[in-house]
Design a protein around this ligand. Structure first.
Ligand code: ATR
Length: 286
């Protein structure tokens, strides 16, 4: 559909942003829903964040997704923050409700969607979360809400400790933490049901790297990689080779995008159309 004078505009802000899958995913959804909406990627560096929010108000953009490096820094600029996003401490979706900017976190719902779609039971079980950034926060809180016991494993141990303490305080689940070393992952994996990678390790163009030693893989372990470009990361390849269950980051991407679409439009998201649009774009080598 060609943009018109009435077209409603949404988008995503971040830096880097060129390889974002959100524009193809959301525009495919708008088209399937037959609505006169468009979704654009805006490259916004840290120094321009305040101006970008003012621009959203001035231009009356209906919605924005927020990605690296703004998910935490955006929060003080918003008029209200949904309790889920407040607890996680990060916002990835803003809805402009007649001039009031409301912040949400749909990464958590996206992760839960991916775990449930895989039929994985994590209640009462240990789950290793690699990383302690914004993505890890959404994953760790979601896991605690599902009754799992997260172990936060991070390159910078102080960030792992701080996230584990936040989750334990807010959810009552005994989350723990460790520094990211091959030996630590090796030992923790023995009693874990799932490993979730929330670090960018393995992302194109450094797709040969894995955050986790391949020796930890075994048949009764599941592995979820938030990295979806490439679809088959080194971590996922090692997991598959050992017969472990794999949960693709694509499902989390589509899950968070579907929830954002619903917040923007008030309509049910065409999830299959969104997944297909991303797969097509990834196969085109975007
Ligand atoms: P996001 O909000 O997208 O999660 P982030 O806050 O920058 O992004 O967090 C990125 C995470 O990946 C961090 O846990 C980071 O570890 P540090 O806390 O030590 O910085 C982790 N990370 C990034 N590059 C990494 C690498 N090469 N090896 C291991 N961990 C890495």
């Amino acid at each position: 559909m060609m943009p018109t004078g009435k077209t409603v505009v949404c988008g995503i802000i971040g830096d880097p942003i060129e390889h974002s899958m959100s524009p193809v995913m959301q525009n495919a959804a708008f088209e399937a829903a037959d609505i006169d909406w468009v979704y654009v990627a805006f490259k916004v560096g840290r120094e321009s964040l305040a101006m970008a929010v003012a621009g959203m108000r001035a231009l009356n953009l209906r919605g924005l997704n927020v990605t690296v490096p703004h998910k935490v820094d955006i929060m003080p600029y918003l008029d209200a923050i949904d309790p889920v996003a407040r607890r996680i401490g990060a916002v990835n979706t803003i809805v402009n409700d007649k001039g009031r900017l409301l912040g949400y976190n749909t990464d958590a719902a996206g992760f839960v969607h991916a775990i449930e779609a895989a039929g994985l039971e994590v209640g009462g079980r240990r789950v290793i979360v690699l990383g302690a950034g914004g993505g890890a926060r959404a994953v760790a809180y979601s896991l605690a809400d599902l009754g799992a016991v997260p172990v936060i494993v991070n390159r910078t141990p102080s960030r792992a400790k701080s996230l584990a303490e936040d989750v334990a305080r807010d959810t009552g689940i005994g989350a723990s933490w460790s520094e990211l070393t091959p030996a630590a992952v090796d030992e923790l994996a023995l009693s874990a049901v799932l490993i979730v990678n929330t670090t960018p390790v393995g992302m194109s163009p450094r797709s040969g790297e894995s955050p986790c030693p391949s020796a930890v893989m075994r048949r009764d372990l599941a592995v979820c990689d938030i990295v979806y470009n490439p679809l088959q990361t080194a971590l996922m390849r090692d997991a598959e080779a050992a017969g472990a269950r794999t949960i693709s980051g694509l499902e989390m991407l589509v899950g968070q995008g579907a929830r954002a679409f619903e917040l923007f439009t008030g309509l049910d998201a065409p999830v299959d159309v969104m997944r297909e649009a991303v797969l097509t774009e990834l196969h085109c080598g975007a």
